[in-house]
Design a protein around this ligand. Sequence first.
Ligand code: HEC
Ligand code: HEC
Ligand code: HEC
Ligand code: HEC
Ligand code: HEC
Length: 299
Amino acid sequence: MDYSRSSKQCKVLPLIAAMLTTIGGGMVYADGWDPASKASNIDSIVNTRHNMTMSYLGGASVNMDSSRNDYGEVCVYCHTPHGANSTIGAPLWNRTNPGTSYTLYNKPLTSGQTPTAPGVNSLVCLSCHDGTVAIDSVINMPNRPGLSSYDSTQETTQNDAFLDTWPDNSPTLHAKFGDCMQCHNATNLFAPDFAAFFIDTDLRDDHPVGVSLPDTAIYDFNATTATTGNISFYDTNANGRADSNELRFYNSGEGFEVECASCHNPHGTPVNGTPGGPLIPSFMRVNEQSTLCLTCHNK
Ligand code: HEC
Ligand code: HEC
Ligand code: HEC
Ligand code: HEC
Ligand code: HEC
């Protein structure tokens, strides 16, 4: 992660926050949520930027119709009830998994371990955020009478001819994250800049994934307190379940490791666990960034 950017944000955000408060704008978070977003980030994934129908933009969502199929359903860009991807161990996964290889974090780690390739619970995120697969590249499109809505080759290869069978009015560029930035760049005043969110395939500048928790008796780390299935986690409420606000390590075959979903919940996690209210910004699992770091790191 680019922390220099976060500290730059810290100086700019209070200014914007003050301006919004003055003009009576909505709720503004101090910890990095982009107040320019049209997504209210309240209650459910439907109101977040992970709603690829962008229905929260109302009619303005047509701005994107030339660059992605609008399936009109929120979950389908990531999940399908049937015909899910058999090449990746993610829940009912509907997205193309092309087997991309990544440039791994390469600075020396305190424990001396070497990061392994991103596991399942990172690959799911990277299937959009690395820019190698179109946002709308799914295996099973929502059913439309008389149309073929399923293509098994989509499991590993993006097939634009198949995606083009989705009925819409204009020719569609099946945009990958980088293509979205034709509009979502720093010079366009009408679309928010996505540059910081484009993780790409070079993970050297991101918090390491594919690393395991070092021996907590030797290194400055806190031990997890519970394990269920492939998740080892900090069970803050001691209920034995990995709740969405609990940080975790995932085992996808190489032991329990940090992955994107260790820190982020793609559906959004309610602030203070209160359903129906605001979600923690940036799809984080915990609200306070120092709390986030200090859950695992004992500094
Ligand atoms: C032709 C220009 C254009 C392209 C290409 C484009 N967008 Fe947009 N996008 C816009 C505009 C303009 C808005 C702002 C609409 C508004 O303010 O009501 C927007 C808004 C958004 C928003 C809401 C942002 C927010 O927080 O308010 C998301 C999310 C989004 N676009 C995603 C995408 C994705 C994903 C792609 C690529 C698949 C994409 N866009 C491609 C023009 C574009
Ligand atoms: C932007 C992608 C995305 C969208 C959209 C999405 N999900 Fe998910 N979902 C994921 C990922 C990634 C995981 C795996 C999380 C992990 O690694 O722990 C997941 C896991 C799940 C799980 C199983 C584990 C859990 O967290 O409970 C369920 C159930 C689920 N999603 C339901 C839904 C439903 C229902 C919708 C639509 C309202 C939806 N998802 C929309 C990405 C998405
Ligand atoms: C279906 C494509 C897709 C998948 C899968 C996906 N994302 Fe996103 N994500 C996007 C788009 C598009 C945006 C909107 C552009 C932006 O704000 O970055 C976004 C935004 C974000 C943001 C910034 C939100 C904000 O409001 O500032 C974070 C953080 C994020 N995603 C993390 C993740 C993580 C972690 C995962 C996996 C658990 C994931 N995403 C999976 C497409 C996806
Ligand atoms: C160790 C915890 C951690 C891990 C692992 C992690 N992130 Fe993040 N991520 C963060 C934090 C903290 C932020 C900053 C949130 C803020 O500023 O509100 C962030 C921000 C982001 C953003 C928004 C852009 C930005 O720089 O603010 C995206 C997109 C994102 N993460 C995607 C990912 C993806 C994809 C992965 C896996 C490759 C991942 N993250 C792994 C902690 C993590
Ligand atoms: C889910 C647990 C987890 C969280 C949360 C987490 N980290 Fe880490 N972090 C790790 C692990 C594991 C390593 C690998 C450590 C090693 O092998 O030495 C690591 C490595 C690092 C490193 C590389 C240097 C080192 O110690 O080897 C830095 C710097 C770092 N983390 C900073 C942060 C910051 C800042 C945050 C909060 C934004 C954060 N981490 C959140 C687990 C976590």
